[in-house]
Design a protein around this ligand. Structure first.
Ligand code: IPM
Ligand code: MG
Length: 375
């Protein structure tokens, strides 16, 4: 394929994706739903350990609904790096089909082969699932009440640098080119979700983060579309920041309390939410929701921690982030009371246990026992 043909194909695929987005299904009315299937995906590395904890906790919390058949916790097998490499598919077709039979997904971290680690160049399973299930909003809350910090990040989840991250071109030994995509519908639906959240929670401040001074076409479009959506919310205070100064402001106590809802394109959202989670106490403390129309997937914001596994300290992995994701899942599925009950237990665990992730302190099993006792 020539570069021209490659680029033409990319443009054609993106135009088709825009058409598909127009057909997207609305979210189910969970309160009215007779049966809710929650698929649980262990993932790789520390994934099975923290999922074991989350599953035990959900089984106790939702015991009645599980017994009555209203809720099914359904383990989804096969989204492991070994199986993905064997099939040479990022998300093997049978696994994807099983996933699509669920209403909600709770997912452990999955390993992505990196450049030069000797494994085949598979796309990240997260990226594939977000695209295949059209999970357009990545919602990541971070709260530090004693510092007056109450942030929620709305990260665009299917576009930007990620949409074509595996379809760049190595022209020759000297030049490589990647592509970045912003679409009107992709940005607008994310901005709408963020502003709706801000409105429904007392007109919280909204901040839009881009690098529109440099990435003029894509980030420029993102910023102006967010500003267009803002016009429908006259009671909400809106400002915009470049991502570099935003990274600084988050650790500036003079500024950081003023941020509430933050809207970001995909890659900046990836980076800034790790920073924010670290400010809260580490990436092991933050949960994350991938919200689409028909589907929604909830996960920890961290990866599979291969270093912890290699060092033999995987049992010290902190299940808190996956359990925080479960709280978000329960709220999303109109089970607010159960969500709050779990959240309170997790807050107590955060105070009572010491889980630095370096092989000292409490283990995942200690965490599970502690939380189960609170429920
Ligand atoms: C995240 C992760 C993923 C991402 C990786 C695992 C592909 O860092 O969910 O933030 O880059 O989006
Ligand atoms: Mg990340």
């Amino acid at each position: 394929m020539t570069y021209q043909e490659h680029f033409e194909q990319i443009v054609r695929d993106q135009l088709a994706r825009v058409e598909a987005m127009k057909e997207a299904q609305a979210a189910p009315d969970f309160a009215a739903k007779e049966k809710i299937i929650i698929g649980t995906i262990d993932g790789d590395g520390i994934g099975p350990i923290i999922m074991d904890s989350a599953r035990q906790i959900l089984e106790k919390l939702l015991a009645e609904d599980i017994a009555s058949g209203r809720i099914e916790l359904r383990p989804i097998e096969g989204l492991t790096i070994e199986n993905r490499i064997e099939k040479m598919q990022t998300v093997p077709a049978d696994v994807l089909a099983a996933i699509k039979e669920c209403d909600l997904l709770l997912k452990g971290p999955t390993t992505t082969p990196g450049k030069g680690d000797g494994r085949p160049n598979l796309e990240s399973a997260n990226v594939t699932l977000r695209r295949e299930l059209d999970l357009f909003a990545n919602v990541r809350p971070v709260a530090i009440p004693e510092q007056g910090i109450d942030w929620i990040f709305y990260r665009e989840n299917t576009e930007g640098e990620y949409a074509l991250g595996s379809r760049g071109v190595e022209i020759n030994d000297d030049i490589s080119i990647d592509f970045k995509v912003t679409t009107t519908i992709g940005t607008t639906r994310l901005a709408r979700a963020a502003f709706e959240y801000a409105k429904n929670n007392g007109n919280k401040n909204v901040s839009i983060v881009t690098k529109a001074n440099i990435m003029k076409k894509t980030d420029g479009k993102f910023l102006s579309l967010c500003m267009d959506v803002a016009k429908d919310y006259p009671d909400i205070k809106v400002d915009d920041w470049y991502v570099d100064i935003m990274a600084a402001n988050l650790i500036n106590p003079l500024f950081n309390k003023n941020f509430n809802v933050v809207i970001l394109p995909n890659l900046y959202g990836d980076i800034i939410t790790d920073e924010a989670a670290q400010i809260q106490g580490g990436v092991g403390t933050a949960g994350s929701a991938n919200i689409g129309g028909r589907y929604a997937m909830f996960e920890a914001i961290h990866g599979s921690a291969p270093r912890m596994v290699a060092d033999g300290i995987a049992e010290y992995a902190n299940p808190a982030s996956l359990c925080r994701a479960a709280v978000m899942m329960l709220r999303h599925a109109a089970m607010a009371e159960k969500a709050s009950k779990l959240e309170q237990a997790l807050d107590l665990a955060a105070d009572a246990l010491d889980m630095p992730g370096d092989g000292t302190g409490n283990t995942a099993a200690d965490f599970t026992d502690f939380v189960l006792k609170q429920l």
